[in-house]
Design a protein around this ligand. Structure first.
Ligand SMILES: [Zn+2]
Length: 332
């Protein structure tokens, strides 16, 4: 309903701003390049309209609940709580590069992904942690593979834990980004969600990584050097291997960084301490074996061992009510 087409936006800009069609197209193309092609043509058109002070939607309401957000909204305000913060991902195509980070956020009506690629916005949320409340102003809505996402531009603002603003229990529902699959049905390349039990857990391994791009770095003389970022202060990154069983089969799961912490129920600093403390790990292992979780990620072929492995992208706790609904809907 609010999904205004690209043509409509361009028409609206022409009407209100006395610009030629070519000029507008040029601005939009420029905007797409400026944003490292991480944005659709429609999205870029919204931003250009926004920058020109054109309201695509004349909605009086400013603040929305998560389940009220609609693709195409611009300059909207939303108050959310952080459910999960994912790692910064560095991307590189041809001669352009940049960073992108996403967070799972929500309120009493549902959850949604918040996506940030703007450098200054990435900085502004650097210290944000789970359960922080964010007041987002001037965000805009984008569609990605059929899912709604809140995006921030450099014109957006994020206030962390604003005074006198509260959010009740966040409902983790709707927005299932990953389709559920049984382990026995997994194919190489599947980007899905599997739900099961941790049946085996191996001691985490650690590698020295570049704090910028998280790639493995090596000592050069007395300092660590990243091929991309030069000499950097090394970050100790964990890798966790486990076996995961959903009743149909079991699979080896590989988790990195934040996901290791989530699976072990520790913070990142405490994970690092496990490097020299096997006893502590054994203690945690005892507690974690048998726990049931949902792992979202990708089925990869391990060429060396000729087997499918699952690379964790994110980890969720099992919501019992939701699981029952899922099982019931699969009985039909
Ligand atoms: Zn690097």
């Amino acid at each position: 309903m609010y999904k205004v087409s690209y043509e409509d936006i361009v028409r609206k800009i022409i009407q209100e701003k006395n610009l030629s069609h070519e000029e507008i197209e040029e601005r939009i193309t420029k905007k797409i390049q400026q944003l490292n092609e991480l944005i659709s043509k429609d999205g870029a058109a919204y931003i250009v309209a926004n920058e020109l002070g054109i309201k695509i939607f004349d909605l009086n309401k400013k603040r929305y609940k998560v389940n009220e957000l609609i693709i195409g909204m611009t300059s909207m305000e939303v108050l959310v709580k952080v459910v999960q913060k994912y790692d910064v991902i560095e991307f590189k195509k041809e001669n352009r590069q940049g960073k992108v980070q996403s967070l799972l956020v929500g309120d009493e009506t549902g959850v949604i992904r918040l996506v940030i690629w703007d450098e200054s916005q990435l900085k502004s949320i650097e210290d944000v942690t789970e359960n922080n409340i964010l007041l987002i102003k001037n965000g805009y809505m984008k569609e990605n593979n059929g899912f709604k996402e809140i995006h921030l531009s450099k014109y957006s603002s994020v206030k962390i834990n604003p005074e006198n603003e509260f959010i009740g229990d966040v409902i983790i529902s709707m927005q299932k980004r990953f389709q559920r699959k049984k382990i026995k049905d997994l194919n190489v390349g599947d980007n899905v969600s599997i739900a099961g039990t941790i049946v085996q857990l191996f001691e985490p391994k650690f590698y020295n990584a570049c704090p910028e791009c998280n790639r493995k770095i090596n000592l050069e003389g007395e300092k660590y050097k990243c091929d991309e970022h030069g000499f950097v202060k090394e970050n100790l990154n964990p890798i966790l291997n486990l076996f995961f069983d959903d009743g149909t089969e079991n699979i080896r799961v590989v988790a990195f960084r934040n996901n290791v912490a989530r699976i072990l129920g520790l913070n990142n600093e405490d994970v690092k301490k496990l490097k020299d403390d096997i006893n502590k790990f054994m203690e945690i292992r005892e507690r974690i074996l048998g726990s049931q979780i949902i792992i979202n990620g990708k089925a990869n072929k391990n060429e060396m061992f000729d087997r499918i492995e699952f690379i964790a992208d994110s980890v969720e706790e099992i919501n019992v009510k939701e699981e029952i609904n899922y099982l019931l809907s699969n009985l039909k």
